[in-house]
Design a protein around this ligand. Structure first.
Ligand SMILES: [Fe+2]
Ligand SMILES: [Fe+2]
Length: 139
C-alpha cells in the first residue's frame, strides 16, 4: 500500500491529518528501505515516531476523554504498548550503534502494520462514537 486510503479517515480532521502524516513518514522510510538505505534512515524515523506518536496518542486520548468514550482505558493501553516498542527499537539502535537489516525490516513491517490495523480496527471505534456525539451537539 503506497497511498493513503480514504477509508482510513475518521472524519475528525486534526486526527486524520496526523494519521496521514504518520503514514507518509513510514512510507518514506519504506522507500528508503527498498532503495537499500533502511539502516541509515532508521534513526530518523525512530526519532520522528517517538515524538509524533506521543503527540498523536495524547491528541486522541484527549478527544476520547472529552467525549466520554467508554473504551478509553483499553485504547490507551494499546497506545502505551506501541510506544514501548518504538522505545525498545530506539534503545536497540543506540546500544548496538545501529540495527541489523533484520531488525530494520521487522521494524518497518511492525510500524506499518500496526498503524493501519490500529486505525481500521481501533481508532475507527472512537471515531464513530465521537462523530456521533459531535453531530448531536450541533443539533
Ligand atoms: Fe491513531
Ligand atoms: Fe489510537
Amino acid at each position: 500500500m503506497n497511498s493513503w486510503d480514504d477509508q482510513l479517515n475518521l472524519g475528525i480532521e486534526e486526527l486524520d491529518n496526523q494519521h496521514k502524516n504518520l503514514f507518509l513518514q513510514i512510507t518514506k522510510f519504506a522507500r528508503a528501505y527498498q532503495a537499500g538505505s533502511g539502516k541509515q534512515a532508521a534513526p530518523e524515523i525512530l526519532e520522528f515516531l517517538e515524538k509524533y506518536v506521543e503527540e498523536h496518542f495524547a491528541a486522541e486520548e484527549h478527544y476520547m476523554l472529552k467525549y466520554g468514550f467508554p473504551d478509553y482505558q483499553n485504547h490507551a493501553a494499546l497506545h502505551r504498548e506501541f510506544y514501548a516498542k518504538i522505545i525498545a527499537y530506539k534503545q536497540e539502535y543506540y546500544s548496538q550503534r545501529g540495527l541489523s537489516s533484520y531488525a530494520v525490516s521487522k521494524m518497518l513491517e511492525m510500524t506499518l502494520k500496526w498503524l493501519l490495523e490500529h486505525i481500521k480496527q481501533v481508532d475507527k471505534q472512537y471515531g464513530v462514537f465521537i462523530k456521533n456525539k459531535m453531530e448531536k451537539s450541533l443539533q
